[in-house]
Design a protein around this ligand. Structure first.
Ligand code: ATP
Ligand code: MG
Length: 137
């Protein structure tokens, strides 16, 4: 059993898609073991995406992620990290497979509705960034 970190991004929260997206996770064997709705500060978004700070889209990404509320979650399941990335689909919705969250809901590569950890080390770091151990139930 594995844990991964997920964000339902501002574009999806604004369009009232929280429930539809959580249903996709549950239907695919990913169990939310922690969740909260938060409005990230600019500083938090900068810290969370620090690995991308030299990429051309960093400013836009930080701006979008701190513009309005998000839902942060820890998802647990067999191969949760890979499974979540399959359920999300490709970063750019134009390349996302049929039936994926990004294919069905994303607006663009920037406003792509969800974030998911890409490896065990980043999953552990990202979970710690937003949750204390006693919040994982
Ligand atoms: P995430 O980390 O959000 O799950 P990812 O691993 O598929 O997505 P990354 O390469 O880590 O993609 O990029 C992080 C985020 O930065 C993407 O989800 C997207 O919102 C944004 N992003 C990536 N590439 C671009 C781009 N070319 N233009 C605008 N935004 C981008
Ligand atoms: Mg990534």
């Amino acid at each position: 059993i594995e844990r991964t970190f997920s964000i339902i991004k501002p574009d999806a929260v604004r369009r009232n898609l929280i429930g539809k997206i959580i249903a996709r996770f549950e239907e695919n064997g990913l169990r939310p073991i922690a969740m909260k709705k938060i409005h990230m500060s600019r500083q938090q978004a900068e810290g969370f995406y620090a690995v991308h700070k030299d990429r051309p889209f960093y400013g836009e990404l930080v701006e979008q992620m701190s513009a309005s509320p998000v839902v942060v979650q820890v998802l647990e399941g067999e191969n949760a990290i890979l499974k979540n990335r399959e359920v999300m689909g490709a970063t750019n919705p134009e390349n996302a497979a049929e039936g994926t969250i990004r294919k069905d809901f994303a607006l663009s590569v920037g406003e792509n509705s969800v974030h998911g950890s890409d490896a065990p080390e980043t999953a552990a770091e990202e979970i710690k960034f937003f949750f204390n151990d006693d919040e994982l139930v």
